[in-house]
Write a protein that binds this ligand. Structure first.
Ligand SMILES: C[S@@+](CC[C@H](N)C(=O)[O-])C[C@H]1O[C@@H](n2cnc3c(N)ncnc32)[C@H](O)[C@@H]1O
Length: 280
């Protein structure tokens, strides 16, 4: 079969399974099998593909047709212009999280700060910030040992000059440090809403990374309380939150002596990140 035929059959197989991104997914998966850029595929549509590669492509199209995310199939996801290793034990980094990274990089520029990332997953937030703030150092923790394995692999891959450590720890177990900045994208979906998520997410992404308890605020609250004892006075807490959580989160923050300094809206105009200062 040639490239065009494979792209079309792959795309059609995904389309009939109601995968909205069927065409682009087919292109991305084939470009990965053939180790060519997508643009290269599109200018070589007549090129013949070997039987082995055709079978490989058909296999991964089948996986995608069962709603497995492309990032898990390819074991990588681009975030902050870097390829992060991912697998089913970590949340796939999301573009809206880059908005928080961008703001933090702008605020702290060349500063020599100590950063904690709670619920680090792939390590994407901490590693991206540290790739920009060369004088800063950081600690990333996650309750999932399998997530920390992936964060450590990403650290090795990115070869950053900073002092960086990843530890398997629940946020309750962080003692003996004082940070200038704490960042966290905690699980924030209400338990009852998990069943309504897209199949790609609810069937494949780790529940531990999604489930924020009855009101979606369980881990967010813990991060806010814990940060009071491990953040320097005037230190910053940067939190990613879910849709419609801002009202409650802002109340919890002000009750706990934080002053909201910046809000970041996502691509749908929802308040997605709250950056606040610990006043006392
Ligand atoms: C939404 S994911 C965020 C992953 C990554 N930071 C990102 O933005 O892509 C939340 C992460 O928090 C971790 N987590 C959940 N509860 C935790 C706890 N009590 N202490 C530490 N980490 C926790 C999960 O294992 C998961 O990796």
């Amino acid at each position: 079969m040639n490239i065009l035929k494979l792209l079309n059959t792959g795309s059609e197989e995904l389309r009939v399974k109601n995968i909205f991104s069927h065409r682009i997914d087919s292109e991305i998966l084939l470009s990965n099998v053939l180790n060519k850029k997508r643009e290269e595929l599109l200018i070589n549509l007549d090129e013949k593909v070997s039987i082995n590669k055709t079978k490989k492509f058909q296999k991964i199209i089948f996986r995608r047709s069962l709603k497995e995310p492309v990032a898990y199939i390819l074991k990588k996801k681009e975030f902050w212009s870097k390829n992060f290793i991912v697998n089913k034990n970590v949340l796939i980094p999301r573009p809206e999280t880059e908005l928080m990274v961008e703001k933090i990089v702008n605020i702290f520029e060349e500063k020599d700060i100590f950063i904690l990332d709670i619920g680090t997953g792939t390590g994407c937030i901490l590693l991206s910030i540290l790739s920009e703030l060369k004088c800063a150092k950081g600690l990333g923790v996650d309750i999932s040992s399998r997530a920390i394995e992936i964060a450590k692999k990403n650290l090795q891959k990115l070869k950053l000059p900073n002092k960086i450590k990843f530890d398997v720890k629940s946020l309750n177990e962080i003692y003996g440090y004082k940070f200038d900045l704490i960042v966290s994208n905690p699980p924030y979906i209400m338990s009852k809403d998990i069943k309504n998520l897209e199949e790609d997410i609810k069937k494949f992404e780790p529940k531990l990374a999604l489930d924020g308890g009855n009101d979606g605020l369980d881990v967010i609250k813990k991060v806010i309380y814990k940060s009071k004892s491990i953040l320097k006075i005037k230190g910053m807490l940067a939190l990613e939150i879910g849709n419609e959580q801002f009202k409650n989160v802002s109340k919890i923050l002000s009750k706990n002596n934080y002053r909201i300094k910046y809000l970041i809206k996502d691509f749908n105009e929802n308040i997605r990140c709250v950056l606040s200062i610990l006043e006392k």
